[in-house]
Ligand binder design. Structure first.
Ligand code: SF4
Length: 339
């Protein structure tokens, strides 16, 4: 997935492993008269290549544990990759120091899933929103800061009169609006939104989604939108990246992927969306469970559950094909014309 002039973010051959075997001493075992070090890791992200174009909303979708949240955190610099690189506007950012990252902290913001946990319960809304403005715009005086905060509060539908209130005085939807305001106060270019509506009541999910879409249009934002909700992807995503067990299996324009899914996993995932005006059930039921990311399957990570798997699937990792840059898929059966 080459970087083009229109790319804001480029993720190249990204890996992230989490060590779960404890300290060095915990990893030492005695086997057949020898001391052996055994290190156990969770392979959360496995060789992902992905680009995010300026102004788009790229949705990353997949079941829980597929690595989508880890990708968002890696892009934001909250986690260090085990291997691979992340570029922002042409500049490599995954190896920058804390100080070197400061300019990117303003341009890149994150909205978290849980508005109850992401706001400091001891701070007023005014404090929560003014603090990042004071940090990133030291040239503004107190009244200019207050004006900026009030303008952002109004834009997300929270009255500036409520600035002296604390998070517990707001509903879940209002708290998420405040979290969005906190991200917007520093005039970001790029936002990672990690399941931003999944903790909210269904009745207000659409309002918050519309707010994010309006903010994108008005502020020319680029989103990396992480979700497990396919109807959100269909509504919101310019392009979609489908992940399974830390691996990218299909990547393309949302309309193409939804109307003509190619990868067997994407087909199964999309078949679960309820269809209006049809009584015919085409739900594809996958056999077995998602394997553990501690011992990844060889070859295609989906081979244990795939109805089209053959020997090559167990041996070789399929690569994303490059014949159509608007809709790419990693599958041996498709490359061989078997499906
Ligand atoms: Fe199935 Fe093989 Fe394609 Fe993987 S590569 S999705 S196992 S057919």
């Amino acid at each position: 997935m080459n970087q083009t002039d229109n790319n804001l973010v480029a993720i190249e051959n990204l890996f992230k492993e989490f060590v779960i075997s404890g300290s060095f001493l915990d990893e030492i075992t005695f086997e057949k008269g020898k001391l052996i070090r055994k290190r156990e890791t969770v392979k959360a992200v496995n060789g992902v290549n992905m680009n995010i174009a300026q102004g788009e909303a790229l949705c990353v979708v997949g079941e829980s544990g597929c690595g989508k949240t880890t990708i968002g955190r890696l892009v934001m610099g909250l986690l260090q990759p085990t291997r691979g690189s992340i570029h922002y506007a042409g500049q490599r950012i995954d190896d920058l120091s804390r100080d070197q990252l400061i300019p990117y902290r303003r341009k890149m913001q994150m909205i978290f899933q849980n508005p109850y946990a992401s706001l400091n319960p001891r701070k007023t809304v005014n404090y929560t929103l003014s603090e990042p403005v004071a940090y990133h715009f030291p040239e503004l005086n107190k009244s200019e800061r207050a004006e900026k905060v009030a303008e952002v509060m109004e834009s997300v539908g929270i009255s500036p009169k409520w600035g002296d209130r604390f998070p517990h005085e707001f509903s879940g939807g209002q708290r998420q609006r405040i979290s969005i305001a906190r991200a917007l106060t520093v005039d970001p270019e790029f936002i990672v939104a990690d399941e931003p509506i999944s903790a909210l009541d269904v009745s207000i999910q659409a309002q918050v989604l519309n707010l994010l879409m309006d903010a994108q249009e008005q502020r020319k934002l680029t989103y990396l939108f992480i979700t497990h909700d396919l109807s959100v992807v269909e509504h919101f995503g310019t392009r979609v990246a489908v992940m399974y067990l830390g691996t990218l299996c299909e990547f393309g324009e949302t309309k193409k992927v939804f109307s003509q899914p190619k990868h067997p996993y994407t087909k199964a995932l999309l078949s679960a969306i309820p269809k209006i005006r049809t009584t015919e059930s085409k739900h594809i039921k996958l056999n077995g469970e998602v394997p553990t990311p501690i011992n990844l399957p060889s070859g295609c990570v989906f081979h244990g559950r795939c109805p089209h798997a053959t020997d090559i699937c167990k041996q070789q990792i399929p690569e994303l094909d490059s014949s159509d840059s608007t809709h790419r898929v990693a599958c041996h059966a498709i490359a061989e014309g078997r499906i």
